[in-house]
Write a protein that binds this ligand. Structure first.
Ligand code: 6U4
Ligand code: NA
Ligand code: NA
Length: 168
């Protein structure tokens, strides 16, 4: 038997292909770049939780934040099934800045351009959860997605995920 627990995962993006990722400084997934987010607390909606976690972790207030996907994560030996609601933040107030939990950093989702021009780092899939490269193409293309990922090693292991994604 497993318990379904709701989580949020939120990525600020700009129209010109920039995406703000957070380096998680502590707790679950520490040392990886990811979106901002966390557990949905009793008494709040998933949307409210997403907005709250973004503010707590990146110091910005979302003003336009469409829901764009939902992924369930199962970990071998864990009874908790994570039910993660993914949002794209298209407008916000403030500038992302470091908090106790996250160090925000801008990246580009576009292919490398003229190397003589200053450019942002590419999305660092090697330093992210191994499922992210399965569904990021859909996220970046603004397609809705649903999926499930089963990890067959403890969550700290960088290798060993299996999963699939579909347009949803
Ligand atoms: P506390 O300890 O209360 O601060 P909280 O911040 O509420 O915890 P946290 O940070 O543990 O929750 O939430 C986990 C975050 O990691 C959520 O945003 C979902 C995300 N996440 C978990 N597994 C993931 C995976 N395989 N791929 C991914 N994000 C994942 O991209
Ligand atoms: Na969190
Ligand atoms: Na939290």
């Amino acid at each position: 038997t497993s318990t379904l627990k709701q989580y949020t995962l939120v990525f600020p993006v700009t129209e010109d292909g920039k995406i703000c990722l957070g380096m998680k400084k502590r707790g679950f997934g520490a040392g990886r770049y990811n979106g901002f987010g966390g557990k949905v607390e009793p008494g709040e909606t998933v949307f409210e939780a997403a907005k709250r976690e973004l503010h707590e972790e990146a110091n910005i207030v979302a003003t336009k934040m469409p829901h764009c996907g939902r992924i369930r994560f199962a970990f071998e030996d864990s009874p908790v099934l994570m039910d993660v609601f993914v949002y794209r933040v298209e407008a916000w107030e403030g500038d992302p800045s470091e908090t106790e939990e996250m160090l925000p950093a801008w990246h580009t989702s576009l292919p490398p351009s003229d190397p003589s021009m200053p450019q942002l780092p590419q999305i660092p899939f090697d330093d992210m959860w191994p499922d992210d490269d399965l569904w990021f193409p859909l996220f970046l293309a603004k397609k809705s997605f649903v999926g499930r990922v089963d990890f067959n090693k403890p969550p700290v292991a960088p290798e060993g995920s299996e999963g699939k994604m579909e347009d949803g």
